[in-house]
Design a protein around this ligand. Structure first.
Ligand SMILES: CC(C)(COP(=O)(O)OP(=O)(O)OC[C@H]1O[C@@H](n2cnc3c(N)ncnc32)[C@H](O)[C@@H]1OP(=O)(O)O)[C@@H](O)C(=O)NCCC(=O)NCCS
Length: 117
């Protein structure tokens, strides 16, 4: 199992969307996603959802139990947080002032397999 991975969506040749993730040190069956991005011209058309679902399936097939995703708590990221909620992620933690003073990190969590609650 590589510690780092990435997936690209249907417009990969033009680098219009991507998702990067890694297995955290010391964790056997969990994965953290740090970045998902769809080109601004293509947002809101289902690409982000399809990309996230693909990565979830790949990770579950590799025995991964939990996927964590990290994003900013700033109001500018509300649509991003809505995207994760719609995709079945629940807010698990908040790290205050993580990115900079006044900008918290929100960690969302989704169970990938039935043996994870
Ligand atoms: C967040 C992001 C990956 C979602 O991908 P997407 O292809 O736009 O999302 P989908 O079309 O699959 O899903 C749409 C849902 O995502 C949410 N959403 C988030 N950002 C959106 C955007 N810019 N445009 C449209 N919907 C957006 C909405 O809740 C939307 O649901 P709705 O149509 O019912 O309103 C993409 O909008 C993006 O790259 N945003 C900028 C970068 C970013 O914030 N990345 C996350 C950093 S952790």
């Amino acid at each position: 199992m590589p510690r780092y991975g990435s997936a690209r969506g249907p417009d990969a040749d033009r680098r219009r969307n991507c998702l990067n993730y890694r297995k955290p040190i010391g964790s056997l069956a969990n994965t953290v996603s740090h970045l998902i991005a769809v080109h601004p011209d293509r947002q809101g058309q289902g690409r982000g959802t399809a990309l996230l679902r693909h990565v979830e399936r790949v990770l579950a097939a590799r025995g991964q139990r939990v996927l964590l995703v990290e994003t900013s708590a700033l109001p500018a990221f509300e649509r991003t947080r809505a995207f994760y909620r719609q995709s079945g992620y629940g807010e698990e933690a908040r790290i205050r002032d993580f990115y900079q003073a006044g900008e918290d990190k929100i960690v969302f969590r989704k169970a990938l397999r039935r043996d994870a609650t």
